[in-house]
Design a binder for this molecule. Sequence first.
Ligand SMILES: C[S@@+](CC[C@H](N)C(=O)[O-])C[C@H]1O[C@@H](n2cnc3c(N)ncnc32)[C@H](O)[C@@H]1O
Length: 332
Amino acid sequence: MNFAELAGLAGGHAEARAIQVAVKLGMFEHLARQPLDDAALARALECDRRATALLGNTMVALGLLDKHDGRFELSAASRRYLLGSSSEYLGDMILFDEALFATWANLEETIRSGTTARAPDMYQSRRDETERFIRAMDSLTRARGDAEWIAEHLDLREVETIADIGGGPGAYMAALLKRWPRLRAAIYDLPGTLEVTRRILAEREPRLASRIDLVRVDYLRDEFPGPVGALFMSNIIHSEDAATNTNLFEKCFRALRSGGLLLVKDHIMNAELTEPRAGAVFSLYLMLTTRGRDYSFEEVSSWLGSAGFTGIARTTLPSPPFTSSIVLARKP
Ligand SMILES: C[S@@+](CC[C@H](N)C(=O)[O-])C[C@H]1O[C@@H](n2cnc3c(N)ncnc32)[C@H](O)[C@@H]1O
């Protein structure tokens, strides 16, 4: 690694924070209407003129705005990813990161003590946090295109019913239902999340609502309703410890029909837990906020095998833009 690479990594928090604040202040939405100079932009944002100009210049330097004759305007990237009206809007994920910025300040303390920096409540204690969390998951999945990739590459022609454990915003089930018109889906999640799921599906996929059942299931306490032909779990095991994940896979096994398919999508790490890089860094976030971390294929396979699954195999999604894999397993 050379100096520039190291300096860029070590100072990355400044760039991240600047983008988060620009999104939170509504800088991109205001510039969607028309290009503005610093005085007009500051007035629109109700912010200080000099400070707004400096933040705007930073966004230009980062490629998120252009500047001509002193007026700021959207770049191609911000038009695509930072306007709420775009189908690839990443802003809700950026606002979630913005809300968690203070949590990262506890990293040193968490490394010393090994305890989380906030209650590992999966953002269920406050309705506004639940909404922000689930909208963030939706935003990330839509901007990156995970659900469309899965729908294109997964062969579900033999499957009549699928349930998404911790399905959150429902993006994966919506994409699968569009690809497989005879399929029916269920989302198993907590009540606070399901309220948000219902709103998101009504906003975005009203025609699919009759084919998706929203079912209150606490995966830590409840058995999973079944029998179902396939079960899907995306970004679930990384929030839980090894004993819980073994137990989750045993519940999956009981809920599946014979011959049924389990699909586990997550960062799936190498045996040393150092690759992919995004997964190693994400494990720090998980340590701050959950009981989990990202797990290796060997770990996930051993839990699946001990639950009774066979034919365990892994497919890695192409990177970039993706950073995760799917582990497939069958109930014999
Ligand atoms: C990281 S999000 C993943 C959402 C979605 N699967 C995705 O990949 O975008 C975790 C999801 O698990 C749900 N969840 C957390 N704890 C749960 C529990 N005990 N029982 C059921 N669902 C839970 C959350 O509400 C949330 O929808």
